[in-house]
Design a protein around this ligand. Structure first.
Ligand code: AMP
Ligand code: ZN
Length: 116
């Protein structure tokens, strides 16, 4: 856990959320400002600041995050119609929260490339 990290506080329960899915490694919860009818964030429980902070040692954990993201999309019922996954990295990528997270956006056609 990283001090003053919002998503670490969500993992620990200090900041409340709807825990859509969790296991030992990941947590999925609704985005507080949804950009689509379905907008969920899937995060590693361990504090990782961004995609840019990853190293080879994180491969298994990130494989788990991606596979569980697909699982959460199936739980949400957006898997057949489809959905978009986004990971924003650093300033030009539009990253606002520096705890790695994968957006799931769906429930309507998301359209061409969008920032979020
Ligand atoms: P990003 O721009 O990729 O860093 O996205 C951060 C996302 O976190 C944004 O879509 C915010 O709406 C979302 N967010 C910020 N605070 C919270 C919160 N307390 N609970 C859920 N989502 C949040
Ligand atoms: Zn964190």
């Amino acid at each position: 856990m990283s001090d003053n990290c919002l998503f670490c506080k969500i993992v620990s329960g200090t900041v409340a959320t709807q825990r859509i899915y969790e296991d030992d490694g990941v947590l999925a919860f609704p985005d507080i400002a949804p950009q689509a009818p379905v907008h969920v964030l899937v995060i590693p429980k361990r504090h990782i600041a961004s995609l840019d902070a990853l190293s080879e040692a994180d491969r298994d954990e990130m494989g788990h995050l991606l596979e569980r993201t697909a699982h959460v999309a199936r739980l949400l019922g957006v898997h057949e119609a489809g959905y978009r996954t986004i990971i924003n990295t650093h300033s030009h990528g539009g990253q606002m929260v520096f705890h790695l997270h994968c957006h799931i956006l769906g429930g309507k056609p998301i359209g061409a490339m969008v920032s979020r």
